[in-house]
Design a protein around this ligand. Structure first.
Ligand code: NBP
Length: 478
């Protein structure tokens, strides 16, 4: 059999993506490090109507022989060293013009390095993140390719067929731009995912600290889902997680409160700081996980007597009908919009610095189905950027939700939580900071800090009434 495409790696993502592609009528060659797994996998699919579309290989040499020329190989092994090792092995068996596609959660700068390295050897490379987890890989994920357009065109028919389809029938994949553009989009997709998952975690934490049971919290979340705006995959999984039981108790009570991460959130925050793109919600989502990870230090602090409870910190039992819950809904709506706003601003700024040639509305449209971010809000967000690609900030398209009652309710909620509980709400607070700061034409702290810098270091300051850099004559300081 001459296969249309090859897949290396039979883990969660690889095995499901192979079935998805084979089902669409393409022939797929498969290779895995543990050969027995390949044999088992191919045997297990033999009875499927598309089983004949899958061929297993016992060696990399056999795998490349099974592929049509120019060969197209998708790598689905763990990101980082395992991917580099697989690429290195492939370079010894592939021929000039063959194509390697890395689908791992890679840093976008690593993808540019890989592309340059492989091109110098006569091979072609595409970095293409995937989102949607196991179910997405099987039924249709969102893909985020980036690199050379002509390389994308060669794998496009297979990938578009395998991708999720949005409401309007468009596949959830677009060529995001040159170099590491696809992996950059996937990095910020994940950073947004960190922030919004954390916001749902904080909503759970707040409602629980305010006396609601897990069942009551799940019911509140269900009511919010029915209001449409927040209807999303991330809300669905939050409801499932809150409701899950083990024996008579809730599973959440049995789970250690340490949240792991694999790097994409941290890289996004680092790269945003590096280019001066403020993204407090995205950054704070990374810090939230770091705070969760240092459990032994938190325990030691409590043992050493650090206790921030005060006589006021006594939250009352909230229920679905409490006014506080209605206000918390608005706080969540605004925080989620603000998090997306930061994610899109970071992508725009990275695009300017790295010259990807990103088409933001087309990229956002690919988040509408298949991926972890999928949800109702993606549709109006896509439309907002389609209507005005120069929209200064996504929040400007949601002034009805943010201005007036919305922001007032958000502030009331933060004030009440701060007064009545010791609940940590890092991303909710950071989002309020972002909305406040981004809607002010004058930041008075900026005026004072500019002068402080001139007092001690003669760094100079700019003026509102004339162009240039100025110094003030400061009195002698002790
Ligand atoms: P898994 O960890 O489930 O699978 C790893 C597979 O890679 C195994 O079949 C393993 O073979 C194989 N492998 C090969 Br071939 N060479 C390897 C090597 N040198 N070191 C380690 N394993 C090797 O990964 P996954 O969750 O399917 O993820 C695959 C890629 O997809 C990752 O890059 C990840 O960033 C990305 N991704 C994952 C998700 C997700 O939800 N899981 C979502 C989006 C993107 P073996 O059988 O011999 O161990």
């Amino acid at each position: 059999m001459s296969a249309d495409i090859g897949v290396i790696g039979l883990g969660v993502m690889g095995s499901n993506l192979i079935l998805n592609i084979a089902e669409k009528g393409f022939k797929v060659a498969v290779y895995n490090r543990t050969v027995a797994k390949t044999q088992e996998f191919v045997k297990a699919q033999a009875a499927e109507p598309f089983g004949a579309n899958i061929v297993g290989a016992d060696s990399l040499e056999g795998f490349v022989k099974d592929l049509k020329v120019p060969r197209k190989v998708l790598i689905l092994v763990p990101a980082g060293a395992a991917t580099d090792q697989t690429i290195q092995q492939l370079t010894t068996v592939l021929d000039k013009n063959d194509i390697i596609v890395d689908t791992g959660n890679a840093h976008f700068k690593d993808q540019s390095r890989r592309a340059a390295d492989l091109e110098s050897k006569g091979l072609r490379f595409l970095g293409m993140g995937i989102s949607g987890g196991e179910e997405g890989a099987r039924k249709g994920p969102a893909f985020f390719p980036g690199g050379t357009l002509s390389v994308w065109e060669e794998i496009r028919p297979v990938i578009e067929a395998a991708a999720a389809k949005a409401e309007d029938g468009r596949p959830c994949v677009t060529m995001n731009g040159s170099g590491g553009a696809g992996s950059c989009v996937k990095m910020y997709h994940n950073a947004g995912e960190y922030a919004i998952l954390q916001l749902w975690g904080e909503a759970f934490n707040i409602l629980s600290d305010f006396g609601a049971s897990n069942d009551e919290i799940a019911a509140i979340f269900e009511e919010w889902k029915a209001r449409k705006l927040l209807d999303s995959y991330m809300l669905d999984i939050s409801i499932e997680a809150a409701k899950a039981k083990e024996g008579a108790g809730f599973l959440t009570d049995k789970v250690l409160d340490r949240v792991g991460s694999k790097g994409t959130g941290l890289w996004s925050a680092q790269e945003a700081l590096e280019i001066g793109c403020p993204a407090p919600s995205l950054n704070m989502a990374v810090i939230s996980r770091q705070l969760s990870m240092i459990k032994s230090e938190r325990i030691a602090n409590a043992k050493a007597g650090l206790n921030v409870d005060t006589p006021n910190t006594k939250a009352e039992g909230v229920t679905r009908s409490s006014p506080f819950v209605a206000k918390l809904y608005d706080a969540l709506v605004i925080s989620i919009i603000a998090s997306y706003a930061q994610m899109f601003q970071c992508l725009r700024e990275q695009d300017k610095v790295h010259g990807f040639g990103l088409n933001l509305p087309a990229t956002i449209a690919t988040f509408r189905a298949g991926c972890i971010l999928k949800g109702y809000l993606l549709q109006p967000m896509t439309k907002a950027f389609e209507a005005d690609k120069d929209l200064p900030n996504l929040m400007c398209a949601f002034t009805n939700e943010i201005n007036g009652t919305g922001i007032q309710n958000f502030r009331d909620v933060v004030a009440e939580i701060t007064m009545k509980s010791t609940t940590a709400m890092p991303v909710l607070s950071a989002s309020l900071v972002y909305v406040n700061a981004m809607s002010q034409t004058v930041l008075k702290y900026g005026q004072l800090v500019s002068l402080q810098r001139d007092v001690f270091g003669r760094h100079g300051f700019e003026r509102v009434d004339k162009e240039g850099k100025f110094n003030h004559e400061w009195p002698e300081m002790q």
